[in-house]
Design a protein around this ligand. Structure first.
Ligand code: NDP
Ligand code: GDR
Length: 368
């Protein structure tokens, strides 16, 4: 029997990798998409046939996590074996600007899906995955963080996800729904949204190297994160739904590095070393050396990094480090891609794109 999956957030980073993963396993994949004024399906375009996706490998349906009626109608029609709730207003800094919307989508959106499953009598049939997050730990209470570490969220996003975490546990305990929280630490890829720090770094550095931009403006360079690759993490999302009993798992690499060191790693891929001088908002990053073999449009002394207070958050999560021992022990999961390999993959794809853009610019096909 072909298994049926319903993915919310299919147009996002994780949704696109998960859709590929499930299709390769022979699943029938349905995705929730919301209306947008311009095209935003680049990450799943290669999975769409016949233009709209309705008759392609995946079936897309309009709806929104803020709209119960669309969720109930779709779940009734699709009657999925597995629901992956990946949709969210997922940007921590933005959640300070739109806290109410973030709560509506990230917290109540999860409740709306769970209620639809219950209301439609799908509790016995449907398994539910909730995209929980290391942001639940916020102001960390112990290091490394495990499934037992107390939560202390530090943003409207973290607080909304805390509700989603507990309502998922509650539906498991109250109604016997097979429902799991994956407490995922940061995971990235060439498909990562351009405003998250890793992708912002690889994309902007690549563009600076090709003469398309002058400077990379960042916030807190000293934040420490446990960064893994999205491909490794979506595999684990599926594994969690294949067990005898539903449970919650930390998914992490068990290693952390700072934003500054991620920046250094990306620069070194380009053959550049960066020296940091000054303090606080006065700090700048200057090119210290450029390997002669590279075709990089930079020379020693060029200032390419500065601090912009706009990117500081009202409350920061300074350090996150996960302990994935339970996932390793109970599910046999291991991350396969290191942060260095991931950084190299990201900057190499961004560099290829920046070279194309620079070429178009040189030949007069681009204004900027
Ligand atoms: P993205 O921001 O790349 O994708 C978010 C997805 O949610 C997009 O498809 C977006 O659609 C969709 N979405 C947003 N709002 C709504 C809404 N109101 N109704 C329906 N769909 C909506 O996130 P990621 O792929 O990186 O993350 C996936 C999930 O995992 C998120 O819930 C995130 O909070 C969580 N998470 C992510 C981690 C990470 O490091 N990546 C770590 C831990 C948890 P559109 O394309 O239209 O904007
Ligand atoms: P995060 O990811 O907040 O951990 O949430 P992000 O990449 O946005 O920030 C990581 C750290 O880098 C610091 N930082 C900057 N961040 C951004 N975005 N832009 C900057 O210019 C910048 N400069 C420094 C931040 O302050 C922070 O400390 C991600 C999201 O995917 C969430 O949805 C997910 O739940 C968590 O990871 C786990």
């Amino acid at each position: 029997m072909t298994k049926i999956a319903f993915i919310t957030g299919i147009t996002g980073q994780d949704g696109s990798y998960l859709a590929e993963f499930l299709l390769a396993k022979g699943y029938e994949v349905h995705g929730l998409v919301r209306r947008s004024s311009s095209f935003n399906r680049e990450r799943i375009e290669h999975l769409l046939e016949f233009g709209g996706g309705m008759r392609g490998k995946i079936k897309l349906h309009y709806g929104d996590l803020s709209d119960s009626s669309s969720l109930t109608r779709l779940l009734d029609m699709i009657r999925p074996d597995e629901v992956y709730n990946l949709a969210a207003q997922s940007h921590v800094a933005v959640s300070f600007e739109v806290p109410e919307y973030t709560a509506d989508v990230d917290a109540l959106g999860t409740l709306r899906l769970l209620e639809a499953i219950r209301f439609l009598g799908l509790v016995e049939k449907t398994r539910f995955y909730q995209a929980a997050t290391s942001e639940l730990y916020g102001l960390v209470q112990e290091t490394p963080q495990t499934e037992k570490t107390p939560f202390y969220p530090r943003s409207p996003y973290g607080v909304a996800k805390l509700y989603a975490y507990w309502i998922t546990v509650n539906y498991r305990e109250s109604y016997g729904l097979y429902a799991c929280n994956g407490i995922l630490f940061n995971h990235e890829s060439p498909r990562r949204g351009e405003s998250f720090v890793t992708r912002k770094i690889t994309r902007t550095l690549a563009r600076i190297a090709c003469g398309l931009e002058n400077e990379l403006k960042l916030g807190n360079l000293d934040s420490l994160r446990d960064w893994g690759h999205a491909k490794d993490y979506v595999r684990m999302q599926w594994m969690m739904l294949q067990q005898e009993q539903a449970d919650d798992y930390v998914i992490a690499t068990g290693r952390q590095i700072s934003v500054r060191d991620f920046l250094r790693a990306a620069a070194s891929y380009l053959g550049i070393s960066i020296e940091f001088t000054g303090e606080g908002v006065e700090e700048v990053g200057v090119v210290a050396a450029v390997e002669p073999k590279t075709d990089i449009a930079l020379k020693p002394g060029d200032q390419i990094v500065s601090i912009d207070p706009r990117y500081f958050r009202p409350a920061e999560v300074e350090t996150l480090l996960g302990d994935p021992e339970k996932a390793r022990r109970e599910l046999g999961w291991e991350p396969e891609i290191t942060v260095e390999e991931m950084c190299a993959e990201m900057i190499s794809e961004d560099l290829a794109e920046a070279r194309k853009q620079a070429h178009l610019k040189v030949h007069g096909f681009l204004d900027q």
